[in-house]
Structure formats: C-alpha cells, structure tokens
Design a binder for this molecule. Structure first.
Ligand code: HEC
Ligand code: HEC
Length: 432
C-alpha cells in the first residue's frame, strides 16, 4: 500500500482511534476541571472567634468527625466537650448558620464572594482597586491564568483533604489527625515572615517549602514531584482560597456580632458587598506585605565542628528552656509527657515531643530559629521574641539573639542519646 492510497479500513480505524483519543481527552477534561456553574459553598460551620480556646482536651479527636461538629448534636460516644460548651456560651465559638440561613444574607454573601474570588473553575481575586489588583497579579501571582491552572492542580492533589473551599474537610480530611489546614482562617503554622502575629502570612517560599517537604508526622504529603509551573500555580490557588475564606469569615463574625446586638444598635448597616471587598483587601495586603518581610537573623553561629563550644551553647539553651515560664511549661519532660491543648481550629494539638526527631516545619537551624522567634501560629506556641525582651537575664539585644541560637543548639541535640550523654558528662545536665 502506498502512502497516499490508504485503504478505507485504515481510514475508518484511524477515525476510530481519533474518536477514542478525543473521548479520552474529553473524559480527562471533565475530570480535571470543575463545572463552570459551580460556586464555592458558603461557610456554615462553627467559627473560633478568640485568641485561644481554654481547657485541656481529655482525649484525642475521634476519627471521622471534627470536635466542633459534635456541637451540632452529631452522635459521638463521649459526648460534647464541656470546654466547647463553655466557649460557645462565652461567644468564643460562634455559629454562622442563623445569619446565612435567614433572609437574603446568604445569597448576598455568596454573590459578594463570587465577585471577589470567582468560582472554582474561574478563580480570581478582584478587590475592586486597579493598582492593588495589578500588584496581586505581578507580586503574588494571583492572575487568572495561574489561578485556573492552580485550581486544576488543587483538584487533582489536594481537594480530597483540604476541601473545595479550603475548609480542611475533604472526604479524607476528617479521618487524619492532625486535620488538614483550614485555609479560610488565614492562619498558617510554618511561616518566616516578621509581621505582627495577628497579621502574619506565609511567604510563597514558606508554602513552597511545606509542599516540597510535606509536614513530617502528619498526613500532609510531599509534592516535590510537581512541575515548577504546577507548584507555583497551586501556591497561588491556596492564597486565593485563603483570601476568599478570610474575607468570608471576618464578614460573618461581624454579622454574627451585630445580630446579637441588634436590639441595642440602630443605623444603616454597611452593605455585605462592601464588607467582603474590604476584608478581602485587608487580607490581600497582608499577603503582599509578607512577601518582603522575611525574618533574617543578624548572624548565625557556626560551631565549626567544635563540639565543646556547641555543648556550651546547648547547656545555656537548656537553662532557658527549663525556666518555669518558658518552654518546659508546655513541652513537659522535653515534650515526652506534654498535655493536649486546643488549637485555633478547635482541634487538639500536642506540644511536640522534642526527643522524637519529628518536626513539622523543618529541621535546619533557621527553621528552629523561626519557630522559636515567631512561635507557631494557631497551635498556641507563643513567639519568644517579646517574652525574651522582658526577661532581665537577657537584657541586651545581642544576648537575646544568642539565647535564641543557644536554644536552637539545645533542641537540635535533644533527640540523640549520644549527645544527651555528652551534655550530662560535660555540664551535669540530665535529660533521661
Ligand atoms: C492526605 C491529606 C492531605 C493532602 C492530600 C494534602 N494535604 Fe496539605 N495538609 C494536610 C494536613 C494534615 C495538614 C496540617 C498539618 C498540621 O497541622 O501540622 C496540611 C497542611 C497544609 C498547609 C499548611 C502549612 C502551614 O504552614 O500551616 C498547606 C499550605 C497545605 N497543606 C497545602 C496543601 C496543598 C497545596 C496540597 C495539594 C498539592 C495538599 N496540602 C495536600 C493534609 C493533606
Ligand atoms: C504554650 C505552649 C508552648 C510553649 C510555651 C512552647 N511551645 Fe513549642 N510547641 C507547642 C505546640 C503546641 C507545638 C506543636 C505544634 C504543632 O504540632 O502544630 C510546639 C512545637 C514546637 C517545636 C516543633 C516545631 C516543628 O517544626 O514541628 C519546637 C522545636 C518547639 N515547639 C520548641 C519550643 C521552644 C524552644 C520553646 C521555648 C522557647 C517552646 N517550644 C515553647 C507549644 C508550646
């Protein structure tokens, strides 16, 4: 058969193969992107509206259900935590449903959030301010093309844990502990920016590090195999979900508060669309600011293979660590016997066992420095910079900075029995 003289049979099978390929493409296409009509669901779950939740959880979270959902009367063997009932009565845990399920508020909120953040298929961040939108596109890579790609990558890799709106309640999410991050709170743990704690957002590089390494000791896997473009796109998409979610949460908190005060206050309420845009703008500005505010230490000690010097630093770090009001109050027995605590998502967290050699945020000295200097937002681990400043034993900035690194030296040595033995031999410090 000559090249030009294809038999009808070959042509037919060619067409068939083409049809199959198109079909495969179509199916894959369907599978890869969201329905264009789909909207992000409006938040209807409990919101933690406090700096922290008090109490000591008596047990590990039960699988398949989040502790705050138990407040809805979901049957759970051990019943509702009395700490949560108290927090609910004090307004530290609030319910958005009476606000979004009544009248037009839910619909208005849905529309306003769609204007701000688009839809899962066509995500965007539009804060109705041209120059800010431009900066969001160039400095934060929140342009529509990147976000659309991010939405696809997210759907494929992250959705089943982190959920459609980034609420952390995907089908897998409820079954792993700690639970996947709820991006809607705008709170992230492993962050290096020096912004004030309440405003602190991750650098894109902080998110990238989490995605490349995963979060040790949790179900958050490593995504180091993503291409650079997909990685960049999914980082943008997480930022998008977080800005959308924070605008929604902050608006809801306001509406809930106003509703509870409705009988005492008069006057025109600000339209929901304005509120959502304003909150979105605030969150977006914080994200922008974070990108240029990385905390960089003035110096970093190098023990130059000098073990005695390193042990000396660790011995000083030990003193700081074990002082009554410092680290040991939470990391009891270096974390081996730490009590459970509530985190900012209403789930439980245990101060890390620092002898176990498992770190969520990385194990380089700079990672520890950031954790100690800035704290771990959401988990209740405080920033030690301000505490340190009030401490008379470390009055000048230089000693404070050194103390931070001394603690790092101590933490780094803690998991190794060999080094613990050396510390006890050289400095009479007993850790076992
Ligand atoms: C198997 C479940 C699972 C999958 C899949 C998953 N994550 Fe996570 N993710 C988690 C868990 C669990 C945590 C919280 C760990 C913790 O609190 O220490 C987390 C936390 C995070 C955080 C918060 C980091 C911080 O500093 O607070 C980010 C960002 C994140 N994930 C992004 C992603 C992205 C993007 C994807 C997809 C590419 C993804 N995750 C896929 C489970 C998952
Ligand atoms: C108020 C309680 C509290 C205090 C005080 C505290 N921590 Fe923590 N720490 C925690 C909690 C909770 C976690 C676990 C965070 C998580 O898993 O999300 C943690 C985690 C850590 C981690 C693990 C970081 C990682 O990447 O996983 C280190 C290291 C650490 N703390 C060191 C210290 C040091 C050093 C001090 C004192 C300067 C200190 N902590 C004081 C509560 C505390």
């Amino acid at each position: 058969m000559t090249r030009s003289g294809r038999s009808p049979a070959t042509a037919a099978s060619g067409a068939f193969v083409l049809a199959l390929a198109l079909q495969a493409l179509f199916i894959a296409g369907c599978d890869e992107t969201y329905d264009p009509e789909l909207l992000y669901p409006i938040r209807r779950d409990w919101i933690v509206n406090a700096e922290s939740l008090e109490g000591t959880p008596g047990r590990i979270n039960p699988p398949g259900i989040l502790p705050l959902q138990i407040l809805d009367g979901r049957k759970e063997l051990l019943g509702i935590s009395s700490d949560f009932l108290k927090a609910r009565d004090e307004g530290k845990i609030v319910d958005p449903r009476p606000v979004v399920d009544v009248g037009a508020t839910g619909v208005e909120l849905m529309r306003s959030l769609r204007d701000l953040a688009g839809r899962p298929r066509y995500p965007k961040i539009d804060v109705d301010d041209e120059s800010l939108n431009e900066r969001l596109a160039t400095e934060l890579k929140l342009d529509r093309k990147t976000l659309e790609r991010g939405s696809v990558v997210y759907r494929r890799n992250c959705l089943h844990c982190h959920g459609l709106s980034g609420d952390g309640k995907g089908p897998t999410g409820l079954w792993v502990n700690p639970h996947p991050r709820d991006f809607r709170s705008g709170i992230f743990k492993y962050v290096s920016s020096s912004q004030d704690e309440g405003k602190r957002k991750p650098l894109r590089d902080d998110l990238r590090r989490v995605l490349i390494n995963g979060i040790e000791g949790t179900a958050m896997p490593s995504f180091s195999l993503l291409s650079d473009e997909d990685m960049d796109a999914v980082i943008s998409y997480v930022i998008h979900l977080s800005i959308r979610g924070e605008a929604e949460m902050e608006t809801l908190k306001e509406l809930i508060l106003e509703r509870s005060q409705a009988s005492t206050e008069e006057g025109e309420a600000e339209p929901i669309v304005e509120r959502v845009r304003g909150k979105g703008r605030t969150a977006a500005e914080r994200w922008l600011e974070a990108q240029t505010s990385q905390l960089t230490p003035p110096s970093q000690p190098d023990y130059e293979g000098d073990e005695a010097k390193m042990l000396e630093a660790a011995a000083r770090g030990y003193k700081f660590f074990t002082r009554a009001d410092q680290c040991a109050q939470c990391h009891t027995n270096f974390g081996r016997d730490a009590d459970l605590r509530y985190d900012m998502w209403g789930t439980m967290v245990r101060p890390r066992n620092l002898t176990a050699n498992i770190y969520g945020g990385g194990r380089r000295p700079i990672d520890f420095y950031w954790r100690i200097h800035l704290g771990i937002r959401g988990s209740g681990m405080p920033s030690f910079a301000p505490v340190n400043e009030k401490d008379p034993s470390v009055k000048d900035a230089e000693t404070r900075e050194r103390t931070m690194w001394d603690v790092v030296a101590f933490i780094r040595l803690l998991p190794y029995p060999e080094y613990r033995a050396k510390l006890s031999k050289a400095h009479g410090i007993y850790l076992d």
